[in-house]
Design a binder for this molecule. Structure first.
Ligand SMILES: Cc1cc2nc3c(=O)[nH]c(=O)nc-3n(C[C@H](O)[C@H](O)[C@H](O)COP(=O)(O)OP(=O)(O)OC[C@H]3O[C@@H](n4cnc5c(N)ncnc54)[C@H](O)[C@@H]3O)c2cc1C
Length: 463
């Protein structure tokens, strides 16, 4: 075996495709009973529903766009109808709210990024100094809180875990439409394209992917005199006892999984520089709750509700349902006329994950009662995927934190391979968190998978 790819999410599948096309012998080992990882498309009614990644974010220099667009798989959204709602049920004027949000964005835009400060610090101090924000101090406070959740920037209890300002410069957006949808077919289409299953399933590449193969240990060697290229340098053991060997492996598991397991996974252990990057880069928790209704009740589609909590309304929510006070946005879902999508962030998402589906539905019902007083609405179902409690993910998106800047970690360091004494990359690292400039997104994951496949193709094809 030339290469074993550990983890078959977007990054792993991309790596497998490229290595296979180069004529190398490859094997994918996936712990779950499905491929896709944080891309999880399920059938729902007539169309698909994405419990993980849903939108292709941008067009220019976006590898997912480049792969999917020639097949006509991506669709542009219709312009949103926006509502800004306070937790007493009042609707706020859109122009006033837009002005406050613009002010926050402008403050971030002009902030010095060459330091170890967090984005939260920047927006909180802007609320005290910016001319537009100080005119509406109470409302600005609610917007700052909303902003921290919507941009998933708060460390919540630990300031070192807050998203860093510098990270904004390290993470590059792609120009073009930010919310391209998959025309009701779901993000899993990118996996079909990568595996060459689309448009003709008969032409799928014959690459071997083994499911339910949770890798438990990766035994690699820093040096072994006289070892010829072609001898396996890496031995992989799975939880079921099965053993595999290859010249090299590409590890694509999430930064959350690496945080939890790197000390058991790697033998010998990872170098200090690498563990520092693993410890300081963060994985935020952002969960989706899809809410089904018997029929749509919002005045216009597409609808986008920004939910702004007043302190006094938050205080009235009982402790066991406090998590609902962290739901910050509701919006409609393309091709699903009776669904709304609620977003929940951070510690509250983790709490929500502990609740039963009936409790989640009851919590959402309470939230709707608080904000949507002018409508008579009762959800009939709540659909959730628990990303934080999933041991194969442990969260949603990676980001650079204040600790990353203070302690000198980076995606580049995370992506550095472990080398055999002769300079041969025996353990390579892919996955979205290793993407130098497009971490957090699925297109960054694909790009990183291609990057590591190219690295190995260069050395393996030379020998
Ligand atoms: C709710 C949510 C919404 C999102 N929305 C978007 C969006 O709209 N657009 C966007 O671009 N991105 C979005 N993302 C981010 C995107 O999903 C990820 O960046 C991307 O899918 C990550 O791919 P990956 O291959 O790097 O990692 P993963 O998808 O996490 O793949 C890693 C794989 O490794 C497997 N694995 C873990 N441990 C082991 C082990 N020990 N042995 C073997 N296999 C193992 C896992 O099961 C998994 O399949 C979203 C994520 C979430 C959670």
């Amino acid at each position: 075996m030339d290469v074993i790819v550990i983890g078959c999410g977007a990054s792993g599948i991309a790596a497998l495709r490229k290595l296979h096309d180069a004529g190398l012998k490859v094997l994918g080992l996936e712990a779950d009973d499905r491929i896709g990882g944080r891309i999880m498309t399920v059938e729902y009614g007539e169309c698909a529903l994405d419990l993980g990644a849903a939108w292709c974010h941008g067009e220019k220099d976006n590898i997912v766009f480049e792969l999917a667009n020639p097949f006509g798989l991506l669709g542009k959204p219709n312009p949103d109808n926006k509502w800004f709602v306070l937790s007493n049920g009042d609707l706020l004027p859109e122009d006033k709210c837009d002005a406050l949000l613009d002010a926050l964005n402008q403050e971030i835009g002009k902030a010095d990024k060459n330091n170890t400060k967090s984005i939260s610090e920047c927006v909180r101090s802007a609320a005290k100094s910016n001319a537009i924000l100080t005119k509406e101090p109470q409302l600005s406070k609610y917007f700052v809180e909303w902003f921290e959740r919507n941009c998933h920037i708060g460390g919540q209890s630990d300031p070192r875990k807050e998203k860093s300002l510098k990270g904004l410069e390290e993470c590059w957006g792609c120009e073009g439409e930010f919310m391209l949808n998959w025309k009701g077919k779901g993000y899993k289409m990118i996996l079909d394209v990568l595996l060459n299953k689309y448009p003709d399933p008969a032409k799928a590449i014959p690459v071997q992917i083994l499911l339910k193969k949770e890798v438990e240990s990766i035994k690699w060697r820093t040096s072994q005199p006289g070892l010829e290229p072609g001898n396996p340098l890496v031995h992989v053991k799975c939880k079921d006892g099965s053993l595999y060997a290859a010249k090299s492996v590409i590890v694509t598991v999430s930064i959350g999984v690496l945080k939890e397991r790197h000390s058991q996974l790697f033998n010998p252990p990872l170098p200090a520089e690498k563990t520092n990057a693993i410890n300081t880069l963060q994985l935020c928790v952002l969960d989706k709750i899809y809410i089904e209704f018997t029929k749509s009740w919002w005045p216009k589609t597409p609808a986008n509700f920004t939910l702004l909590w007043r302190d006094e309304d938050k205080a009235k929510v009982s402790d066991d349902e406090k998590w609902i006070t962290e739901i910050f946005t509701l919006f409609t879902v393309e091709h699903q006329p009776n669904l709304l999508l609620a977003w929940i962030y951070g510690k509250a998402a983790v709490e929500m994950e502990r609740a039963s589906l009936e409790q989640v539905k009851a919590g959402v019902n309470k939230l709707l009662g608080i904000f949507m007083k002018q409508f008579d609405v009762t959800p009939i179902k709540a659909i959730v995927r628990q990303w934080a409690s999933n041991p194969l993910a442990r969260g949603s998106y990676s980001y650079r934190s204040v600790a990353t800047e203070q302690d000198g970690g980076s995606a580049e360091i995370l992506s550095e391979p472990l080398y055999h004494g002769n300079g041969f990359p025996v353990v390579c690292f892919a996955g979205e968190a290793t993407s130098h400039h497009r971490h957090s997104a699925a297109h960054g994951a694909v790009e990183a998978g291609f990057r590591e496949a190219d690295r190995l193709i260069r050395v393996l094809k030379k020998n």
